[in-house]
Design a protein around this ligand. Sequence first.
Ligand code: ADP
Ligand code: MG
Length: 288
Amino acid sequence: ATPTSIMVGTGRAAELGVFFRRGEALQRLDEVRTIAFDKTGTLTKGRPTVVSTQIADGFNQADVLRMAAAVEAQSEHPIARALVETAGQTLPDVSGFTSHTSFGVSGSASGHQIFVGNTEHLQQTNIANLPDQNQISAIGEQGQTPILIGVDGQFAGMLGIADPLRPESKQAIETLHQNGISVAMLTGDRPETAQAIAAQLGIDHIRAGLRPEDKLTAIDELRQNGPVVFVGDGINDAPALAKADVAIALGTGTDIAMETADVVLVSSDLSGVINAQHLSHKTMQNIR
Ligand code: ADP
Ligand code: MG
């Protein structure tokens, strides 16, 4: 493409709220075969809420939620915010806070040792009396993320966290399919949860339980079918964004995601992915 046609294309894109940080991305987008989306905060709103609470025998619900929320108050994960909103009132002080990326958090609150996170997180720390896998999976099958709480080495409760889909996600994926693009979802969440969400959206490929570095490997695998776009918002998406042939970040996402990306969707509207692709195609058609 000529510098002028790229300038015209990126100028039109800007009017539509699609900001090209790198002009070459406009050329590369036309060759893409697969678009891979992060789930949390990208296909979903990233505004999860606690929708169910199960407390283990011998524990007080309000106390467990307050201690878990106090530890989560130190975390920037969207799930953390859901817990803090649920617990509401003033929270106890926390010491020894640790964030275990892609697993959960830990710390002491009210003189108790608290762990909050996914099943693996509580298994790794040898929390006793964990619920059986069927109970945990049942939450996932409803498209919710199960979050477990451990108090002083004992399982104390399990929460179901639901994050609503962005309203435009389904239509954007339908349009990509009509354009012959295959769609993948990459997530750190559980397979059941990922599957339930992917089914609602008609997604072709699902990779779940991924740590940030696993998202890299997943991109490499998808690349066997041709160039890959990755769309993400989080700190944990930065490696995958750096690896993809074209990286698209949501404008409401983290700074690191936007700094790594080739394209930023200013209002985080996923229809921007379609607009970007359409302009790319028109730009490349005019010059070929
Ligand atoms: P993603 O944003 O793709 O869901 P993450 O790597 O951020 O992936 O998280 C993977 C999983 O780890 C989450 O689904 C959740 O179960 C758990 N997790 C991560 N951070 C936290 C946290 N602060 N509190 C509770 N659970 C967490
Ligand atoms: Mg995300």
